[in-house]
Design a protein around this ligand. Structure first.
Ligand code: BT5
Length: 323
């Protein structure tokens, strides 16, 4: 009911809406409305109450709860249900557990802070409290396990498109899972699956975003320089709006991928990629390939041409530029 109440207040932003009208349209008592208004105030909503006039929404917190996200969400399936945590070790771990317990596709786990956020190959992901976005999307695609890794590329396209829609910033994709602004990392994507032979039962798509961190809150190590959307844009970002837009973009791209494979999305990916034409070293569990990236295959592998002119298909690797 709180979600609907927020929706109503937002619809009437800039004017008062009476307790009576709210109670009628939501089908609850005026006392129930008053109680929920008090809860919202505690959560940081600025709501003015005036006798005879009712309630007016003056400001919203930059929240990531289900009702904050649903204000902006226009998807058919993804994000219709959201588990929100103020703080959690890792949204990936929670999403894996929910998947095991039978939670359906489209569920999103989101946190304001992670205490053990994880990256690839056992690395850490830092997510500052209240200023970052940590989200894990539960998917149940009917895909063979080898067709799951390109979902990282599909997600990267969705995230860059959503960032541009919400902030006007044009971010770059670094194969396979990084999104950069001015050469600094702004988003990391982690695609994990629970599979059985021949079938990926569950895919958990983890996305970590530096939204409103100041430079001091960001980590800068030997591997990565990082930045935040707010730093690049010069103003704070509405995290719920960005998250909802990511789900919206990902929904149609995901459907397109399930239907037609990576072929069509490849063009969108290439338009935003900074990974082609570089001298690089790609380290994977199969070994290290050194050479020049000459393109991406129709199934999402990076094509690396070595000094002998042999082209290697690299499916999942850690990539360092060697220019
Ligand atoms: C990634 O790994 O970039 C994937 C990160 C996925 C994080 C999300 S948040 C929601 C979900 N829940 C989780 O627990 N994880 C997912 P990788 O390519 O391995 O990059 C990790 C490296 O990025 C680290 O070694 C650092 O160098 C750097 N790094 C860590 N935190 C960062 C941050 N906030 N911004 C930029 N770079 C960061």
């Amino acid at each position: 009911m709180r979600n609907e109440l927020v929706q109503k207040l937002v619809e009437h932003q800039g004017e008062y809406v009476s307790g009576e009208r709210l109670s009628e349209s939501l089908g609850v008592s005026r006392t129930a409305i008053w109680k929920q208004i008090e809860v919202l105030k505690k959560q940081g909503y600025q709501i003015e109450s005036a006798p005879k006039k009712g309630y007016q929404l003056m400001g919203r917190p930059d929240g990531l709860q289900e009702h904050d996200i649903h204000l902006y969400l226009h998807t058919k399936r993804l994000g219709q249900s959201v588990s929100y945590y103020a703080t959690v070790p890792s949204t990936q771990a929670v999403a894996h557990e929910l998947a095991q317990a039978g939670e359906p596709e489209g569920h999103v786990v989101v946190a304001d802070e992670q205490t053990s956020g994880r990256g690839r190959f056992g690395r850490n992901w830092s997510s500052a409290a209240g200023t970052s976005i940590s989200m894990s999307l539960l998917l149940r695609p009917a895909l063979a396990p080898e067709n799951v890794p390109p979902l990282t590329l599909v997600a990267a396209v969705a995230v860059t498109r959503a960032i541009e829609k919400v902030t006007d910033l044009e971010a770059d994709i670094k194969w396979p899972n990084d999104i950069l602004l001015n050469g600094k990392k702004i988003v990391g994507i982690l695609t994990e699956m629970q599979s059985e032979p021949g079938l990926a039962n569950v895919v958990i798509l983890g996305i970590g975003i530096n939204a409103n961190q100041t430079d001091e809150e960001l980590i800068h190590d030997d591997r990565n320089q990082s930045t935040s959307l707010a730093t690049e844009k010069g103003e704070l970002i509405n995290r719920a709006e960005l998250l909802a837009n990511i789900l919206e973009e990902f929904e149609w791209l995901y459907d397109a991928y399930l239907k037609n494979g990576f072929k069509e999305i490849k063009l969108l990916w290439e338009a935003r990629s900074i990974s082609i034409g570089l001298n690089l070293e790609a380290k994977s569990i199969h070994g290290t390939v050194t050479g020049r990236s000459v393109g991406i295959s129709e199934d999402g592998a990076l094509l690396v041409e070595d000094a002998q002119g042999i082209t290697h298909k690299v499916y999942s690797a850690d990539v360092q530029s060697k220019n």
